[in-house]
Design a protein around this ligand. Structure first.
Ligand code: NCD
Length: 308
């Protein structure tokens, strides 16, 4: 099985056998964690988390994953304002320095392509923890792991992706992973202003994946096995009024949730704003908090893959 030096794009993961391997590693991490029997696999190793954009789940789950496996972390949650970036230091120089202190670097940046740029320079593994509107591969791996766990398969599923498909990097990473499975149908539901970029639609076409586009959830969400809701990415809009016009385009409340098939699951990478009402949390279809927890075990599996 191919081992990666860096994790930059979900498109690297083009082997379903590797995903199966990561799923069983993540299951094993969960089992060992519950038994309080995790190995000190990464003892003496250090992960630096360089975050130039806000985060709760991604940074904390990476740090928890590292520490649960016996490693340590160097953490910067506000690199944009707290690091030498404010003095004008380039990413390249920052990476050169940090890679001398850490055994791996997880980076989140507001500009697309920054993780790839860091990987070109870094002698230690670089993990893309979100690069602008580009990708968020470790979230997407968490997402397919969650689907597999909740529904027992990915082949043959109908997946509705709802919300900001233009700017939502989790979707940009999830789609390539979905193309690895047989007979998946994708419903792309967004306001037309927030339509999935052409390059991602072309990728689906190249891979022969059936997909439909529309701007209404009615008529699509009822057919879904997975309804994956996304936040409208306010920070990506040039004008506040453009955001205001689409911010509450879709709201999943209890009534809408009940139009889904009984076995369907509702996912969201979180944070949510208004797009999923809190009353949905108690619906049996709500899978988003489990999804967030799964991120810990998937990241443990990934750190083992890169550093173990
Ligand atoms: C997402 C992100 O940062 O792209 N959050 C996450 O990592 N779980 C989704 C979002 O911010 O909307």
């Amino acid at each position: 099985m191919e081992r990666f030096k860096h994790i930059i794009s979900a498109r690297q993961f083009d082997d379903p056998a590797l995903l199966d391997h990561l799923f069983s590693e993540a299951d094993e991490m969960q089992r060992l964690d519950a038994a309080r029997n995790l190995p000190d696999l990464l003892h003496g190793r250090i992960l630096a988390t360089l975050f130039y954009e806000p985060s709760t789940r991604t940074r904390f789950s990476f740090e928890a994953a590292m520490q649960k496996l016996g490693g340590g972390v160097l953490t910067a949650e506000n690199m944009r304002d707290s690091s030498s970036a404010t003095k004008g230091e380039t990413i390249a120089d920052t990476i050169r320095i940090v890679s001398g202190y850490a055994d791996a670097i997880a980076i989140r940046h507001y500009e697309q392509g920054t993780a790839a740029e860091a990987a070109r320079i870094s002698p230690v593994p670089v993990i893309n923890a979100g690069d602008g509107i580009g990708e968020h591969p470790t979230q997407a791996l968490t997402d397919v792991y969650t689907i597999q766990k909740e529904l027992g398969r990915i082949n043959g599923l109908r997946v509705a992706l709802v919300g900001d498909l233009l700017n939502g990097r989790t979707i940009h990473s999830l789609l390539p992973l979905l193309t690895l499975y047989k007979d998946v149908i994708v419903d792309l539901i967004s306001p037309w202003q927030l339509r999935l970029p052409l390059k991602h639609r072309e990728y689906l076409m190249d891979k022969g994946v059936r997909f439909h586009e529309g701007d209404k959830i009615e008529g699509a969400i009822e057919l879904a096995d997975v309804a994956y809701i996304t936040r409208v990415q306010r920070e990506r809009f040039a004008l506040p009024e453009e955001y205001e016009a689409v911010k509450d385009a879709y709201i999943i409340n209890a009534q809408v949730a009940d139009t889904l098939q009984p076995h369907a699951i509702i996912m969201h990478a979180l944070p949510r704003v208004n797009e999923i009402a809190p009353e949905v949390d108690s619906n049996a279809r709500a899978a988003y908090f489990k999804q967030a927890k799964n991120g810990l075990y998937m990241r443990m599996a990934l750190l083992k893959h890169l550093l173990g």
